[in-house]
Ligand binder design. Structure first.
Ligand SMILES: Cc1ncc(COP(=O)(O)O)c(C=O)c1O
Length: 428
């Protein structure tokens, strides 16, 4: 069947030669024209267990025997409470979990919660958010207000709320980069900035250590820690967007808690939460926020029909239990060292790699290859059995993590062959 009426995301109305997927199993996508492609970007970063993993099938089947979903208003079930207990248990100061259907909605919830506590406390003028240049927190109009990537925002300026952004972020190539734990920090300039603006700012939004949509850019953890401390000292809430990095991608449940050593006011998870099966996201809420609602007996006026979806919750409980009871997280941390070593080798071999970075189960390469279009790279990768989706001139790997060490043995030699082919002079 041809693609006629579906307008695919991030595309013009009529997509140019999209893949027609007829099956997906493990890390592979199978296409109508007979290709078997390794899903090297985990279907937009959401498939830690690959496709049709038995855990997902079994959780869904077990939950379907009971019910698939019921209203979440003044009603709950054991599965959703079990999930909330697991999520809160990642932290020490967290208290509650609110659910939505996707990552952007979770960010909106966190932004509203932060601001509403200000209203309740007589600080309604704290109505601005602070984000980082290169930030991406979703594509709804409210979340575009904290997006630091012009491509997503330029045509909507008239609709977007105006917020504040921090420039001059310190990026690193990997956690082995000296600046990872010792970053230059423009203390005086930033202190001045906070002195001037903090009274208007309710929350700082961060993508803890990896800015995905900006091109898998890794932020120095020392820089982020210093920024968080400074914001906190000025009474600003911290919203950690762990939608891409959380629940396994970097080898931790929470990157903010375990890698930055910080307990945010609000943490958003999505993507990995349900192993990319039923859409659901969550906002984990610090007791300092929920206590303000308790004190004022305030209802949080925000509800999604599929908040607390039971099928999604059942998979999430089993996925989190698997992370607790397997070596997956430890394997991701081993994968990180393999990817860092691989990058050293690649950079020595291929002069057209201007930057190579790696963290957790993520590797990215900035290519200085004006002549070769990214379309050609995708086609070359397909001929090697890998599905990639470069961001601008950045090619990256973000594979499923459940079998990461075995998968890298197959994937990395193919990436090397891909780069060899890119190096060959164009024919004709
Ligand atoms: C860091 C981050 N925040 C927010 C989002 C938005 O999530 P969703 O696409 O589920 O709305 C994404 C999606 O890629 C993301 O990577």
């Amino acid at each position: 069947m041809s693609l006629i009426h579906t307008w695919l995301p991030a595309a013009t109305p009529d997509s140019d030669n999209p893949l027609q997927i007829i099956a997906a199993e493990g890390p592979y996508l199978y296409t109508r024209d007979g290709q078997k492609l390794y899903d090297a970007i985990s279907s937009w970063w959401c498939k830690p267990l690959g496709h049709r993993h038995p855990l997902v099938k079994e959780s869904l089947e077990a939950q379907l025997k009971i019910f698939e979903h019921h209203l979440p208003a003044n009603a709950y079930n054991a599965t959703i409470e079990q999930l909330s207990t697991l999520l809160v248990g990642i932290f020490t100061q967290m208290d509650k979990v609110i659910y939505a259907s996707d990552g952007s909605s979770a960010i909106e919830i966190a932004m509203k919660l932060s601001y509403e506590t200000r209203v309740l406390q007589g600080e309604a003028k704290r109505c601005k958010y602070l984000a980082l240049s290169g930030a991406y927190h979703g594509e709804t109009i409210f979340t575009l207000g904290v997006c630091g990537i012009a491509n997503y925002t330029q045509n909507y300026q008239a609709l977007i709320s105006q917020n504040l952004f921090i420039e001059d972020i310190v990026y690193v190539d990997s956690p082995q980069d000296p600046a990872w734990d010792n970053a230059p920090f423009a203390s005086e300039k930033l202190e001045q900035f906070f002195n001037q603006h903090a009274s208007q700012i309710t929350a700082l939004l961060i993508e803890p250590t990896v800015q995905g949509a900006a091109g898998l850019k890794i932020i120095s953890r020392d820089y982020l820690r210093k920024l968080i401390n400074l914001a906190r000292a000025h009474g600003i809430h911290i919203i950690a967007d762990e939608i891409m990095v959380g629940l396994g991608r970097l080898g931790y449940f929470s990157v903010t808690k375990e890698l930055l050593g910080s307990e945010p006011d609000l943490v958003c998870f999505a993507k990995h939460l349900t192993a990319g099966s039923i859409p659901m996201s969550s906002v984990v809420v610090n007791r300092s926020i929920s206590d303000i609602y308790r004190k004022h007996k305030q209802i949080f006026p925000h509800s999604h029909t599929h908040s607390c979806n039971s099928l999604a919750a059942a998979v999430a409980v089993d996925y989190l239990s698997l992370l607790h009871n397997s070596d997956i997280l430890a394997d991701v941390r081993v994968a990180e060292t393999i990817l860092i070593e691989f990058n050293i080798k690649l950079k020595q071999r291929f002069a057209f790699i201007s930057k190579a970075r790696a963290i957790g189960a993520i590797a990215a390469w900035e290519l200085n290859l004006a002549a070769k279009s990214m379309k050609q790279i995708v086609a070359l990768a397909h001929s090697l059995g890998i599905h990639l989706r470069p961001i601008g001139n950045i090619v990256y790997l973000l594979p499923p993590i459940y079998n990461i060490l075995e998968d890298l043995k197959v994937l990395l030699p193919k990436i090397e062959i891909l780069f060899e082919k890119l190096q060959e002079p164009a024919k004709g």
